[in-house]
Design a protein around this ligand. Structure first.
Ligand code: HSE
Length: 439
C-alpha cells in the first residue's frame, strides 16, 4: 500500500510522544490504518534541539504543510498563530488535519471546518479536549442518534490539582499554586489555566459538538479560581460540597424570554461531595454527559501530558489514514441546529454568599430583604456573631435557583450597604442534576 505521509508541526512534550509512538507501533498502526503511516517531516522553530530527528527536521513549516508527499498534517504547536495560517494552508492544499489546538478551534473552528469541506478532507481534534479521554468522538459519533442536554465536567487538570490540594490540606490558593508549579502542573505564567481560559476553549468545543451549534470562546462566560480561598473550601465542606472548576454546557428549553438555546460557562462552583465529579482529584479530568435516551455517562482519565495527549492524536491519525485508504471522509462539522447562545444573566443558578456585617439588631433582616427585593428566594441563612452590638457577624446565605443577573444585582447592592463590612465570597452551587445538596 502507498504509505500515508505525515507532517508534524511542533515537537514539544506531545510531539515527541507522537514521534515515539509512530516509530514504536509502526507495524500495528499500518495494520489498523490499512497502509503504513510514516513521518514525512517535523517542523520546529529550533532544529538544533532535535538533532536526533535528522533529515526529517525543518524550520520551514509553511513549505512542509504544502509539500506534495504530505497527506496529513498533525499540529501540536498550540496558540492561534502561526498555527491558523499553517492549517488553513494545509487544508487548502488538500491535506487532512489532526490538531490538539483548543484555543484555535474555539476561536476559529468554523474557518478550519469550511476549509476542510472545500477540499473534501478531514479535520480531527480529539486531543484538544481532555487529553487521552475519548470524548469528542462519543459526542460526535456514538451519541449522534441521541439528544444531548448537558455536558459538565472538569477539563483543566492544573486547576483541579490546585483545588484538590487546597481541599486536602487546607492550603491557601497561593501555596497550592506554588506546589502545582514546583511539580510541573502549572506553567510559569499560569493564567491560561487558573483564569479559566483553557477550560473555556474546551467548553466552546464541547458545546459546539453536543448541540450542533457554533459556539466560540467569546460565547463562554469564564471565571477562574484565583479568588477561591481556604475559607471557601471550608464553607463548601460544611455544606457537604467540594469546589471544582466546572465547564458547563447546557441546552435550555424555550421560555418566555428566549427560544430553545444553549449556554457554555466556566467557573468554580460548589458541587455535592456525593456527585461522581467530586471525587475526581489531582490533575485528572472527568466529564459528565447527559442525553435524553442514554441518560448519564461519565468519561474519566488523564487530561494532559505527552503520552496521554499523543494517544488521542494517534487515534485521530489512524482514523484519517483509514479514511484516506478507503477514499472517503470522516464526519464533518455539524452546526445545523444553530441555536442561540443564552446570555449568562438569564441563566438560573444557586449562590452561596458570605458577608461580614455589623452585629446589631435588624441587620439580618436588612440583608435578607435585599434578596427579596431582587426576587431571589433564600434556601437557608446562617448568622454567627457575639450579638453585643459592637463587633461583626458573619452571615451566610444560600439561595434557591434565580437568574444570574438578579443574584449579581443583589450582591452589588449588599456590597454597598453601610451595615456590610465586606462580601467575603460569592460562589455558585451546582447540583448537576443530583438531589440533596445541603442548604
Ligand atoms: N493545561 C491544561 C490542563 C492541559 O492543566 O489541564 C492542556 O489543555
Amino acid at each position: 500500500m502507498k504509505p500515508i505521509r505525515v507532517a508534524l508541526l511542533g515537537c514539544g512534550t506531545v510531539g515527541r510522544e507522537v514521534v515515539r509512538l509512530l516509530h514504536e507501533q509502526a507495524d500495528e498502526l499500518a495494520a489498523r490504518a490499512g497502509a503504513p503511516v510514516e513521518l514525512a517531516g517535523v517542523a520546529v522553530r529550533r532544529p538544533h534541539k532535535h538533532a536526533d530527528l535528522g533529515d526529517l527536521l525543518t524550520s520551514d513549516a509553511s513549505g512542509l504543510v504544502t509539500r506534495e508527499d504530505v497527506d496529513v498534517v498533525v499540529e501540536v504547536i498550540g496558540g492561534i498563530e502561526p498555527a491558523r495560517t499553517l492549517l488553513l494552508e494545509a487544508l487548502k492544499a488538500g491535506k487532512s488535519v489532526v490538531t490538539a489546538n483548543k484555543a484555535l478551534l474555539a476561536e476559529d473552528g468554523p474557518a478550519l471546518a469550511e476549509a476542510a469541506d472545500a477540499s473534501g478532507v478531514d479535520l480531527y481534534f480529539e486531543a484538544s479536549v481532555a487529553g487521552a479521554i475519548p470524548l469528542l468522538r462519543p459526542l460526535r459519533e456514538s451519541l449522534a442518534g441521541d439528544r444531548i442536554t448537558r455536558v459538565a465536567g472538569i477539563v483543566n487538570g492544573t486547576t483541579n490539582f490546585i483545588l484538590s490540594a487546597m481541599a486536602a490540606s487546607g492550603a491557601s490558593y497561593a501555596d497550592a499554586l506554588e506546589e502545582a508549579t514546583r511539580l510541573g502542573y502549572a506553567e510559569a505564567d499560569p493564567s491560561a489555566d487558573v483564569d479559566g481560559y483553557d477550560a473555556a476553549s474546551k467548553a466552546a468545543i464541547l458545546a459546539s459538538l453536543a448541540f450542533h451549534t457554533r459556539v466560540n470562546s467569546a460565547d463562554v462566560h469564564c471565571e477562574g479560581i484565583r479568588a477561591v480561598t481556604a475559607g471557601d473550601i471550608a464553607a463548601a465542606a460544611t455544606m457537604g460540597c467540594v469546589i471544582k472548576l466546572l465547564a458547563i454546557c447546557e441546552r435550555t428549553p424555550a421560555d418566555e424570554s428566549m427560544p430553545e438555546s444553549v449556554s457554555a460557562r466556566v467557573y468554580p462552583a460548589m458541587i455535592p461531595a456525593t456527585h461522581p465529579l467530586a471525587s475526581v482529584d489531582g490533575a485528572f479530568n472527568a466529564v459528565f454527559v447527559e442525553a435524553e435516551a442514554a441518560g448519564q455517562l461519565m468519561f474519566y482519565g488523564q487530561g494532559a501530558g505527552g503520552a496521554p495527549t499523543a494517544s488521542a492524536v494517534l487515534g485521530d491519525l489512524v482514523a484519517v489514514a483509514r479514511n484516506r485508504v478507503l477514499g472517503g471522509r470522516g464526519p464533518r462539522e455539524s452546526a445545523y441546529a444553530s441555536l442561540p447562545v443564552r446570555p449568562i444573566g438569564t441563566l438560573r443558578t444557586r449562590y452561596h454568599v458570605s458577608l461580614e456585617v455589623v452585629d446589631r439588631a435588624g441587620v439580618l433582616s436588612t440583608i435578607t430583604g435585599e434578596f427579596a427585593r431582587h426576587g431571589v428566594s433564600i434556601a437557608a441563612a446562617r448568622q454567627t456573631g457575639e450579638g453585643n452590638g459592637n463587633g461583626s457577624a458573619r452571615i451566610v446565605v444560600v439561595t434557591h435557583k434565580a437568574p444570574e443577573a438578579a443574584l449579581a444585582a443583589t450582591v452589588d447592592v449588599l456590597a454597598g450597604l453601610d451595615v456590610v463590612h465586606g462580601v467575603h465570597s460569592v460562589l455558585r452551587v451546582e447540583d448537576l442534576g443530583r438531589k440533596g445538596v445541603a442548604g
